[in-house]
Design a binder for this molecule. Structure first.
Ligand code: ADE
Ligand code: ZN
Length: 350
């Protein structure tokens, strides 16, 4: 660790520091950044009928009881995305918000099967998103990469077909992930498609231990050979697994507001992020589906730290540093971002 003067940063400076500190976002589903206002705008532009009469009525429906109750609304919202420019508008809106939150690097999930199932060509999806990433790099100075996620409630054969259809656009995405309904769809269902992705030189990550048991985290590591675990909060139930995650330095992309909105924890005060950090796990903070869960990455940081007094300036630094170290960027980029992080903390300690 480079910066060490954490006791020179007063607690009342924390919210401003959390917002200002440079950070990476590693767990954000671009379809989950589709704000109700954009849903209505795209529905009108594309002539798609919506089940809700207004933005307010749609927002009022965002009261979730578990992951599935959210996914049902999330997939319905994505039905307005049809053309390349729709995917561009979606990702561009997210990247502007991320840049405003001092995100220097974003690894963005997308769910092609949500769109190809409605007849949208995978090329349309990838080209629209890629265009936004390239423009963001030029105009917002934010580094943005794409990770293609397979929907785990569908079959492995469908995931394999999706990967084959995406491989001609291989240069537009850096990895694959696994998302959607976790319970009853263990990682081992997707061994062949992850083997194929790794053989194609892609990075591999998977959602595990969000609602599913710690055993799913083990099988994501052992059978899919993932480099990061998305969520992974249920590792707290299994001390041997926690010790392994710490020993092997496996990053967890934790999403605190998501966990509270999807009732993994009743309140933020019960969130286990402090215990994960205290056990030496390489945890990061991310927004998951910011349009649905009450905020983007800075909102996650600020609300989490406000509810958990165990989290102070040291943990803020560790989380931001972890986000860069856990990213799939090259070592030179990581070193440059961490130098900027050190500068931000040094300025706060003045
Ligand atoms: N897709 C979008 N958000 C998700 C989440 N939190 N878990 C699983 N799949 C998702
Ligand atoms: Zn997620």
């Amino acid at each position: 660790m480079t910066f060490t003067a954490f006791d020179r940063i007063p607690r009342d400076c924390l919210p401003a520091l959390l917002r200002a500190m440079p950070k990476a976002e590693l767990h954000m589903h671009v379809e989950g950044s589709l704000e109700p206002e954009l849903i209505f705008r795209l529905a009108q532009r594309n002539g798609v009928a919506l089940a809700y009469p207004s933005v307010e009525a749609l927002r009022a429906a965002y009261a979730f009881t578990d992951l599935q109750s959210f996914l049902d609304i999330y997939y319905a919202g994505a039905s307005v995305l049809l053309k390349e420019e729709d995917f561009f508008d979606l990702a561009w809106a997210y990247l502007q918000r991320a840049a405003a939150d001092n995100v220097l690097h974003a690894e963005i999930f997308f769910d092609p099967q949500t769109h190809t199932a409605r007849g949208v060509p995978i090329e349309t999806v990838i080209k629209g998103l890629d265009h936004a990433c390239r423009r963001a790099h030029q105009e917002l100075r934010i580094s943005a990469k794409l990770i293609l996620c397979f929907l785990r409630h569908l079959s492995e054969d469908e995931a394999l077909a999706t990967l084959e259809a995406a491989l001609p656009y291989r240069h537009h995405f850096i990895g694959v992930g696994l998302d959607s309904s976790e319970r009853g769809h263990p990682p081992e269902k997707f061994v062949r498609v992850f083997d194929r992705a790794r053989a194609a030189g892609l990075h591999v990550v998977a959602h595990a231990g969000e609602e599913g048991p710690p055993e799913y985290i083990r099988s994501a590591l052992d059978m899919l050979e993932v480099e990061r675990i998305d969520h992974g909060v249920r590792s707290i139930e299994d001390p041997a697994l926690m010790a392994r995650l710490a020993r092997e330095g496996i990053p967890l992309t934790v999403c605190p507001l998501s966990n509270v909105r999807l009732c993994v924890y009743k309140t933020m005060a019960e969130h286990q992020l402090p215990a994960l950090l205290a056990a030496g796990l390489k945890a990061t903070v991310n927004s998951d589906d910011p349009a649905y869960f009450g905020g983007y990455i800075n909102q996650n940081f600020v609300e989490t730290f406000a509810a958990l007094p165990q989290l102070g300036a040291r943990e803020a630094y560790v989380l931001a540093r972890n986000s860069f170290e856990a990213s799939f960027a090259d070592d030179a980029a990581k070193a440059g971002w961490i130098a900027q992080l050190d500068e931000a903390f040094a300025a706060a300690a003045q």
